[in-house]
Design a protein around this ligand. Structure first.
Ligand code: SF4
Ligand code: SF4
Length: 372
């Protein structure tokens, strides 16, 4: 598990057999991932080549391991695999080979050797200081004590998953363990929230890549989420949006509207009030996402989503069209449905195009014309 933290990222990747071409591909993916223009790619390549791999301590508290599963269930070879070489993952409850005293020793050693420079990643919520410390312990110590001890000399803290970012399921009413989020407890360090139940793996790695390239955390929204990934709502980027705008809604999971791919708003879709990148980055290596598979968005990247009403109850946001227009639009649905399906497909294509993929050849050409 321990890796030499004194190597640069370029050296580490070469040690693992990554070719120059593979490295450039990685930089292109990183730029695309962070929604940066292709002109930034040479700078990313230079920064990643020289970057020192930061020590990372990953703490898991009241959680289901879904966030770690999300990170590890990536399809090879992808950025997710390579990111494990970006960092020196010195402590991780689920992934580390060490156990018992040796595991705890690894945490203390990483904290000591990298004082003020290491990153702490947390998944899971934490029973607060006033809760019974026995609700959740590791090696006989309460989650709260471990968190506060570990973050004391950290450079920054990344709260991965909705439980760490907002309290999540453990904090849902009646919150029997007094669960709190990282941000509620850690006040004197930069904390970045990467919510989702679980979060998209590329978003987790994208935040770490951003830290490596720029040496600081990305721009955040009011909930401490990176704007590059959480800056727009699911609804704003949903390919079913043209149906919503025309008032064409599926009323059940097997009616004609559902078969035509109409909007899932009336089946409880929380897309209009949910900010996440599912509609563009998708899941399972970009294969699909819940709304594309016919299921409403549950709003999993928002605070209090477990307590925010029934998963299959419509959200109370105003519809774009009034009831009269909706009625008319519904009657005309069969006629316009086909045209809207085409529009929806076009929108999906445009979304993919808007991410400005960079080819390896373009990158090589840019690098050869960039002064050292
Ligand atoms: S399916 Fe959901 S996210 Fe998509 S347009 Fe309808 S309400 Fe919006
Ligand atoms: S579609 Fe909605 S509920 Fe599903 S993963 Fe994305 S944000 Fe979470």
């Amino acid at each position: 598990m321990r890796k030499r933290p004194d190597k640069t990222l370029g050296e580490s990747l070469r040690d693992h057999g990554l070719s120059r071409r593979g490295f450039l591909k990685l930089c292109a993916a990183t730029a695309s991932l962070m929604a940066l223009p292709p002109s930034m790619v040479p700078a990313i390549a230079a920064a990643l080549e020289q970057a020192r791999r930061p020590s990372v301590i990953w703490l898991s508290f009241q959680e289901c391991t879904g966030c770690t599963e999300s990170l590890t269930r990536a399809h090879a070879p992808t950025l997710e695999d390579l990111i494990l070489d970006f960092i020196s993952l010195d402590y991780h409850h689920t992934l580390q080979a060490a156990s018992g005293d040796a595991a705890e020793e690894a945490r203390f050693q990483a904290m000591e050797e990298n004082k003020g420079r290491y990153l702490v990643i947390v998944d899971g919520s934490i029973p607060g200081p006033d809760a019974n410390p026995g609700f959740s312990t590791v090696a006989g110590h309460s989650n709260y004590d471990i968190l506060m001890e570990t973050v004391e000399h950290a450079a920054a803290v990344i709260a991965v998953g909705t439980c760490a970012a907002f309290g999540g399921l453990p904090q849902a009413r009646p919150n029997p363990t007094g669960a709190m989020s990282v941000m509620e407890l850690v006040r004197d360090k930069p904390v970045i929230n990467v919510p989702g139940c679980p979060p998209i793996p590329m978003v987790i790695t994208g935040v770490v890549a951003h830290y490596l390239v720029f040496g600081r955390l990305p721009e955040l929204d009011g909930y401490g989420r990176p704007l590059a990934f959480y800056g727009q709502s699911i609804h704003d980027r949903c390919y079913r949006r043209p149906f919503y705008d025309k008032g064409l809604f599926a009323e059940s999971f097997d009616d004609e509207g559902a078969k035509q791919g109409w909007c899932l708003y009336r089946l409880g879709c929380k897309g209009p009030t949910t900010y996440n990148a599912c509609a563009t980055m998708k899941w399972n290596d970009g294969t699909s996402w819940p709304v594309e598979a016919g299921h409403p968005c549950l709003g999993c990247s928002e605070p209090k989503f477990w307590d925010a009403g029934g998963f299959y109850e419509p959200v109370s946001v105003p519809l774009t069209l009034g009831p009269t227009t909706l009625l008319g639009a519904g009657a005309a649905g069969a006629v316009v449905g086909g045209g809207l399906a085409t529009l929806a497909r076009k929108q999906r294509k445009e979304e993919a195009g808007a991410r400005q993929p960079v080819t390896v050849d373009e990158l090589e050409q840019k690098l050869s014309t960039t002064p050292p």
